[in-house]
Ligand binder design. Structure first.
Ligand SMILES: Nc1ncnc2c1ncn2[C@@H]1O[C@H](COP(=O)(O)OP(=O)(O)OP(=O)(O)O)[C@@H](O)[C@H]1O
Ligand SMILES: O=P(O)(O)OC[C@H]1O[C@](O)(CO)[C@@H](O)[C@@H]1O
Ligand SMILES: [Mg+2]
Length: 525
């Protein structure tokens, strides 16, 4: 038995590899911490997953794990800092279908309505009970793969709210790169705020930059303004990378009198949102900071998917189909399509699966060689000889080791990647020239065409529900949370848990195996 420890991006993975059975089991700690390993001949493992070290020899380790899990996934609340914060009956009820001009007659309420979520409602995070660590894709807590229920907080409207609607100034910001569905989420945040009775809603232009650039004015938002924005892609508010410091942002939030802040973005944006939440707490500001994960790459932890991902997979079909048609119509045609995915190959994998036209799918999580007896080029030769054409779908973050590392960073500090698509095209042309076989290689990079489209129907629904739930979470008094779809239900999660590291494709998952079955590609190592 070998034990392999790998750390990176804020997580530590312990792989226990059974060399005799050629199997392995992974334990991933979501926070850096102590990891103790089996002493020789001892089956005991003690893993510090987060706050407490869990000694698997302790007969009570299961309940300790559960307590620790509950603590980790607890969602911060305004009463943590303001224990005496006043709660009122929710203004979100059947009698509040259209916003009233004012609350002169008192707040509407509906004692009879059973449309609220109980604070104790929970959603199950993991739904597969793996019977063995050798089951495909198994992620286990201990070597026996003991089943432990892991519950997270159900999202939705609560009966009690911690903000009086007429005293709310809500702000929305969209950061990072574009993603289909941004306008749909903005729209539903605004509409839901109005249904609670909020009149003062603004958009911060061009991401966090809008807080510091004096030339950028707040954008007043209302149902009228956002009514049709979902009909086009992009973001009504604009996006950006980089920008002011957390302290400058919170200064600006304070000056503007914002007390509900909705932040739409990916890992970076959420790291910012969490820091803003902490800074507001430190300054004793009663502000609800709520994130909505936006990442076309689908690399946010714990969620079934993030909005825009489905649309991206669907839109990628056009590029793959064009590559296929080009390749299929040419003599010895080879089509190369590069899709998004900085560190996670979800779009490339799902798009390959959906199209049924891809022969080779390359993702950052699965190492490959281009050259050599088992390399991609050798397989391309085989495909040309047997099928006459071939299509490669590669994620942008794949094969970066083949490219020159410029150490360049974008304004947010993200590494600027080399173009693996161009590299594959060039190497393929060279290779076929060298072996004296003609090949017609075409390269398609649809990145920005995909990102700019409007959300499809399934993302439209997801965005609607996420936008509504973000508002419910803020009114319920939560802050430092984000909202996601988990096993088809909606949940609130504390931000640090979803950005502990980037979610990636598990090469031992059924989905990756299905992709391999579909493409028919061998290992390229
Ligand atoms: N650790 C951090 N702390 C505070 N702010 C951050 C942090 N990381 C990134 N940001 C800020 O968040 C914003 C968006 O970050 P970034 O450009 O990385 O996009 P992202 O949210 O990860 O989305 P995408 O999926 O498009 O990359 C930027 O304005 C950046 O300055
Ligand atoms: O060119 P930009 O705007 O920096 O965005 C590129 C990045 O955005 C993403 O699409 C994520 O939003 C990544 O896949 C990609 O690396
Ligand atoms: Mg990012």
């Amino acid at each position: 038995m070998n034990v392999l420890i790998s750390s990176g991006s804020g997580s530590t993975t312990v792989s226990i590899i059974n060399t005799s059975q050629n199997s392995s089991v992974n334990f991933r700690s979501t926070k850096p911490g102590l990891l103790l390993f089996p002493k020789p001949r001892s089956p005991a493992i003690s893993v510090r997953f987060s706050r407490a070290a869990i000694d698997l020899n302790d007969p009570n380790w299961k309940s300790k794990y559960q307590t620790d899990f509950e603590e980790r996934f607890n969602i911060p609340h305004i009463t943590d800092v303001f224990p005496d914060a006043e709660a009122i009956r929710s203004t979100f009820c059947l009698k509040m279908r259209s916003p009233t001009a004012d609350f002169s007659g008192g707040y509407p309420s509906d004692e009879e309505w059973h449309g609220y979520i109980n604070n104790k409602d929970r959603v199950l995070l993991k739904v597969i009970n793996y019977s063995s660590p050798t089951s495909a894709g198994a992620v286990c807590i201990d070597p026996d793969c003991t089943w432990i229920e892991q519950w997270v907080h159900r999202a939705g409207p609560r009966e009690k709210i911690y903000f009086r609607p007429e005293k709310v100034k809500a702000a929305i910001v969209t950061c990072g790169g574009l993603c289909p569905g941004l306008n749909d989420v903005i729209r539903h945040i605004v509409i839901t705020l109005e249904i609670y009775g909020v009149k003062n809603v603004v958009g911060i232009p061009f991401g966090y930059r809008g807080f510091s650039d004096k030339n950028l004015a707040e954008i007043p938002l209302s149902r009228k303004v956002v009514q049709n924005i979902h009909l086009s892609g992009g973001s009504l508010l604009g996006v950006s990378r980089g920008g002011p410091t957390v302290s400058e942002i919170v200064d600006s939030i304070e000056e503007r009198g914002i007390n509900m802040f909705f932040v739409l973005g990916g890992n970076g944006t959420h790291a910012g949102a969490n820091a803003i939440h902490n800074e507001c707490r430190k300054r004793k500001m009663k502000v609800a900071v709520v994130g909505v994960p936006k990442t076309i790459d689908n690399d946010i932890l714990h969620m079934d998917k993030t909005f825009g991902f489905d649309t991206a997979v669907e839109e990628a079909q056009r590029a793959i189909n064009s590559a296929y048609i080009e390749a299929h119509s040419a003599y010895h045609g080879i089509g190369v399509v590069k899709l998004m995915g900085r560190s996670s190959g979800f779009i490339a994998m799902q798009a390959s699966l959906a199209s049924g036209q891809v022969d080779i799918c390359l993702i950052p999580e699965v190492p490959f060689n281009l050259h050599g007896p088992h390399g991609v080029l050798k397989h391309l030769k085989y495909l040309i000889e047997t099928k006459g054409s071939a299509v490669i779908c590669v994620a942008e973050g794949a094969g970066q080791s083949f490219l020159e590392n410029t150490n360049a960073k974008d304004a947010s500090g993200n590494k600027v990647l080399g173009d693996i698509g161009v590299h594959i095209q060039q190497e393929t042309k060279k290779y076929f020239k060298e072996i004296g076989i003609s090949a017609d290689v075409k390269y398609i990079d649809p990145t920005y065409m995909i990102r700019a489209v409007r959300a499809n129907a399934s993302d439209g629904i997801l965005c609607t529900v996420l936008g509504q739930n973000a508002v419910h979470g803020a009114f319920a008094g939560h802050s430092g949370i984000t909202v996601g779809i988990i096993n088809t239900h909606y949940a609130y999660l504390p931000i640090p848990e979803v950005i502990a590291y980037a979610k990636s494709v598990d090469p031992n998952s059924r989905m990756w195996h299905r992709c391999l079955t579909s493409t028919g590609q061998p290992d390229f190592i």
